[in-house]
Design a protein around this ligand. Structure first.
Ligand code: ADP
Length: 731
């Protein structure tokens, strides 16, 4: 019999922690008593401890089944670092490594053996495991068992039969996401319906949830990030293409952002992830491939640029904000177009999967469009009732923060409950809507529901109205979802009591997203923000030019290095009077503002004042303009340190074209670091000499430079060095 004291002292000696968190201790004791155990705990709450500690305390080896191959090595390293012998079996190992792991398991050395599900199902591994002394099996990310979860993995369904072959060993299943339906699925599939369930609250009080119409998103994004400058944040996009586009867009606008998705080389992924963890980079723009196992405590915002595929996924991703219990803003941009797009992606999936995805998407849409407290909706989705008024008092979601349109729902809730009762608690939302509205469809007729008293009782309102009424009747717990039959709604005790004595119920009108049209919007966004250059203030322009000359003289730099003409023209159009505003001018980044900005700002301020010019407080967005596609491509390739020959070749360009493109980018104010390439082709001393030359030359003319360096250097080399010079001194 394990003593609690023994556990606690091990916790201190092995892990260095003073006490168990939440229900960890109870869970550990339960498993050590040989009982099947089911743990549902939010991310970061400390699930791993629930099997690590029992593994240490037991004879033999515990097997841990986990789908996250990338994280296995981490976990094993962590265990080995605290002196607990652990290993893993997955497809990344060589034959020799596999042999060694097997040997160490069979001779009882390993306390923990992590296995990927696809390795577990291999016959040779089943054989090997049946020879080993297995203390228990932990099934991590157990929601992967369920087709109703957001991350279904068919191999997970075979786990139980394989474990069964190893004898009667206890099972601990763990997940951070499980709707009641998924929970049932997991327990059934693992044949552990009798298991003790330890479910922690999923409420994250410090997280603020908001859904915004997906309209003028880029503008909103810039504004939000500017207000939260310097804070760590994650922006999730659905496609790799969007990830790259948004990361570049943010960079062009002077933010410290990096992209992340599974299509990058692992070296780039690791670098960008590390840069984010080490705060070299503030914002990571990523697909959902990013974040699994990322334990950065001070992520201050998580933005969903696109609508996620399910509320489970959404909740997991937002869960990465504010892990330290401090600020965490979760903003999602919503448009029904996104839902339709996602539905289209699903069209080639097998029928059941397609249907499931559709249900998940419908939940996502209804969450987004509802004016009911977000927290209440999210927790309800995970089977938790949120009664607290804390969210409203502290305004921790948009629906609690802003005034939403309400109405008295007593009569409609009554009609809803009557409809459920009269149809014998055997139907789902859509059918109930048809019955209440009096729609004569084939189903209604086949069940003779058109003969019911409730038929047509709500014909004055439309489908959308009844859909939200029924959903809110569910959210308010008058109804509950039947877990066995997906979609079927039944009367709860609260609902039965209500019918006996109806009371006032406040319902909310859905939010109106009808004017969201993303495509048109993006075009508008671009066209209003590209500054064409004509129609600028000529007087101011001349003043700015004179100022530039002055600064160039003082700084002993050529004027072209200070600010380029098109930027001056833009300044004479937008009248930037603050550092922020100036840094928004195309061709001028914050670096340039710090270096040369002050006197320009002063000049414009004076000019604006003297001439009574009204500057609107608009958010100006930099776009990369018509050449944006090439620009983004080039910035990305250079970020990835791809050789320039290869960059040109991929586009079918000559080196000349590529150089022109790069010059265009750099002369417009973007910093590009070509050192990785230059260091290969020119030695250090020569580079220094050329930099010196450009610093002292009258003009940046390449012909003049060629005369100076005569045969030593070609035109290409000099142009590349000029790019380096402008990048370093001007941008
Ligand atoms: P989950 O798997 O639930 O997302 P982890 O198991 O990764 O969470 O644990 C999250 C963090 O909490 C880890 O850094 C872990 O070391 C730490 N942790 C777990 N249990 C305790 C404890 N009892 N005391 C202090 N820290 C703990």
């Amino acid at each position: 019999m394990i003593k609690v004291e023994e556990l606690r002292s091990k916790l201190k000696t092995v892990f260095g922690y003073d006490s168990f968190r939440g229900t960890q201790e109870k869970i550990i004791l339960n498993l050590l008593a040989g009982k099947n155990t089911f743990v549902i705990m939010p991310t970061g709450a400390g699930k791993s401890m629930c099997y690590q500690m029992p593994a240490i305390m037991s004879e033999g080896t515990a097997i841990v089944i986990s789908p996250l191959i990338a994280l296995m090595k981490n976990q094993v390293d962590q265990m080995n670092a605290v002196g607990v012998k652990a290993g893993f079996l997955n497809s990344t190992l060589t034959k020799t490594e596999i042999k060694r792991i097997k040997k160490n398991t069979l001779n009882g050395e390993l306390k923990l053996l992590y296995i990927a599900p696809e390795s577990l199902t291999k016959p040779e591994n089943i054989d090997f495991l049946s020879q080993a002394e297995v203390s228990f099996a932990a099934i991590d990310e157990a929601h992967c068992i369920s087709e109703w979860g957001h991350d279904f993995r068919p191999e997970y369904r075979r786990i139980k039969s394989i474990i069964g072959e190893l004898g009667n060993i206890p099972i601990i299943a763990l997940t951070a996401t499980a709707t009641p339906k998924v929970q049932l699925d997991i327990q059934r599939n693992l044949q552990m319906e009798e298991a003790d369930v330890f479910k922690s609250s999923f409420n994250r009080e410090n997280l603020y949830y908001e859904v915004r119409p997906k309209k003028g998103v880029k503008k909103q994004l810039i504004k939000f990030i500017r207000e939260n400058e310097g804070k760590s944040g994650i922006i999730y996009c659905l496609s790799r293409k969007k990830v790259e586009e948004i990361a570049s867009f943010l960079k062009v606008n002077g933010f410290n952002a990096a992209p992340y998705h599974a299509g990058f080389d692992s070296a780039v992924r690791i670098k960008n992830q590390d840069d984010f963890l080490n705060e070299e980079v503030d914002i990571i723009v990523a697909t959902i491939a990013f974040g699994m196992g990322i334990d950065k405590p001070d992520v201050r915002f998580v933005i969903h640029y696109d609508v996620p595929k399910s509320l489970e996924g959404y909740y997991q991703e937002t869960g990465r904000a504010g892990r330290d219990g401090l600020e965490g803003q979760c903003i999602m941009f919503y448009s029904y177009n996104d839902i339709l797009k996602l539905e289209k992606f699903n069209k080639d999936k097998p029928v059941t999967e397609k249907e499931n995805s559709k249900v998940l998407l419908a939940e996502m849409a209804s969450y987004s469009e509802s004016a009911v407290c977000r927290r209440k909706q999210l927790l309800h989705y995970f089977g938790e009732e949120y009664k607290d008024s804390h969210c409203r008092e502290s305004q921790m979601c948009d629906n609690c923060k802003y005034e939403r349109e309400k109405f008295e729902g007593k009569e409609d809730v009554k009609k809803t409950l009557e409809a459920v009762l009269q149809t014998k608690e055997r139907f789902g939302l859509n059918h109930l809507v048809s019955v209440i509205r009096g729609s004569q469809n084939q189903y209604v007729k086949s069940y003779e529901h058109d003969k019911l008293a409730i038929f047509g009782a709500g014909k004055d309102q439309d489908d959308a109205y009844w859909t939200t009424v029924i959903r809110q009747t569910l959210l308010n717990e008058y109804l509950y979802k039947d877990i066995e039959y997906v979609g079927v709604l039944k009367l709860s005790q609260k609902g039965k009591d209500f019918l006996k004595m109806p009371q006032s119920v406040t319902l909310y009108k859905d939010l109106d997203y009808s004017d969201v049209d993303e495509i048109e919007d993006e075009q508008n966004e671009l066209s209003t923000n590209i500054h064409k250059g004509d129609g600028y203030d000529k007087v101011l322009y001349e003043l700015l030019k004179a100022e530039r000359k002055k600064i160039a003289k003082v700084k002993a730099l050529p004027p072209y290095v200070i600010i380029q003409e098109p930027s001056l023209q833009e300044m004479a159009t937008t009248y930037p009077t603050t550092k922020e505003a100036l840094s928004n001018v195309n061709g001028i980044g914050m670096g340039k503002v710090q270096k040369f900005g002050a006197s320009f700002i002063k000049l414009i301020q004076k000019y604006v004042e003297e001439n009574d010019i009204d500057i609107e407080d608009v958010v100006v967005i930099k776009t990369a303009g018509s050449k944006s596609k090439n620009k983004i491509y080039i910035i990305q390739q250079i970020d990835r340190k791809i050789g320039l020959e290869e960059v040109a070749e991929q586009k079918g360009w000559t080196m000349e074209t590529l150089l022109e493109e790069i010059e265009h980018i750099v002369f417009a104010g973007t910093k590009l670091n070509l050192d990785y390439y230059l260091d290969e082709i020119l030695d250090e001393d020569l580079q220094e000499e050329i930099m010196d030359y450009f610093m002292n030359a009258e003009s940046d003319d390449i012909d003049l430079a060629m005369e100076e360096f005569e045969e030593d250097l070609g035109e290409e080399d000099l142009r590349l060095m000029r790019i380096k010079f402008i990048s370093e001194y001007a941008n």
